[in-house]
Design a protein around this ligand. Structure first.
Ligand code: B12
Length: 225
């Protein structure tokens, strides 16, 4: 099993198998290690948490492609998402280094109408691991809720996530509401999510864009540093 732990991990995320007891798409899967056992195996074999995260992210891209081509349906996306949650719980303590002076406060939210939170949760883990205090406001969060939270707690950065082309426009709405509430100048706005590009970030007047969790840390650090 050690030869291709990452390949097996990817396949098991796609199949939504958390443990060895779960069924897979083929009959002989039951009894084979699931994502939980494979992540543990990878850690035992000194694989970097970052490599494991990249593998999981690749797997979710394939899940998305299968959904688009109608090979997969919503329960399949949910099952895959659940395996990622389990893997992230295992990686969280390793990615969060202790004893670092807090570098600043960051708020995160997935915008109104959007329930996708895996990417945002990864960004939260990596920012925490790099010494930021992160207040995760959750998903499906209105611009007004975000503006009020900023008024009250004055974070240095707010990170917005959107995974749907139908909700990415709500990021512009958040920036407008921040202006109306008189707090736009007090906070840097960083955005991300699969459909987001640097160009889109520039067009809506965001301060930064992160392509993935590691890029999110880089851009936040460049803005507050
Ligand atoms: C899992 C999933 C779901 C799960 C979400 C579970 C959850 N708890 O998040 C469920 C089943 C709920 C779901 C529902 C839907 N989904 Co969906 N989903 C996905 C899927 C397969 C994976 C998303 C994911 O977790 N990726 C892995 C993470 C790690 O990547 P990520 O989110 O991109 O995040 C990284 C970067 O983008 C970045 N990042 C993310 N946020 C932020 C924020 C900041 C500040 C920064 C700097 C960086 C950053 O860093 C992250 C870490 O590296 C995608 C496919 C895809 N390719 O994205 C479809 C996908 C996003 N879904 C899609 C659709 C259509 C839907 C539904 C509309 C389906 C339906 N008909 O009901 C609903 C919408 C529900 C809603 N209102 O939100 C489409 C969107 C198409 C479009 N053009 O908008 C996709 C692309 C699938 C497809 N190819 O068709 N979905």
């Amino acid at each position: 099993m050690t030869e291709d732990i990452l390949g097996a991990m990817k396949e098991n995320v796609i199949q939504g198998r958390i443990t060895k007891d779960d069924e897979g798409l083929e009959d002989e899967m039951t009894g084979q290690p699931g994502v939980k056992e494979l992540v543990q195996e990878a850690l035992d074999n000194n694989y970097e948490p970052r490599t494991i995260l990249d593998t999981i992210t690749d797997a979710m891209t394939i899940v998305g492609d299968k959904f688009e081509s109608k090979e997969f349906f919503i329960p399949d996306m949910l099952a895959a998402a659940e395996t990622v949650g389990v893997a992230m719980e295992m990686l969280d303590p390793l990615l969060a280094q202790s004893g670092i002076e807090p570098k600043g406060k960051v708020f995160l939210a997935t915008v109104k109408g959007d329930l996708h939170d895996i990417g945002k949760n990864i960004v939260a883990i990596l920012l925490r691991g790099n010494g930021y205090i992160v207040n995760d406001l959750g998903n499906d969060i209105s611009a007004e809720t975000i503006a009020n939270a900023i008024k009250e707690e004055k974070p240095m950065v707010v990170g917005l996530s959107a995974l749907l082309t139908s909700t990415m426009g709500n990021m512009k709405g958040v920036i407008e509401v921040l202006k109306e509430a008189g707090v736009r100048d007090q906070v840097k706005v960083v955005i991300g999510g699969a459909p987001i590009t640097e160009e889109f970030a520039n067009n809506i007047g965001a301060d930064g864009y992160g392509a993935d969790g590691f890029d999110a840390v880089r851009v936040v650090t460049s803005l507050v540093g």
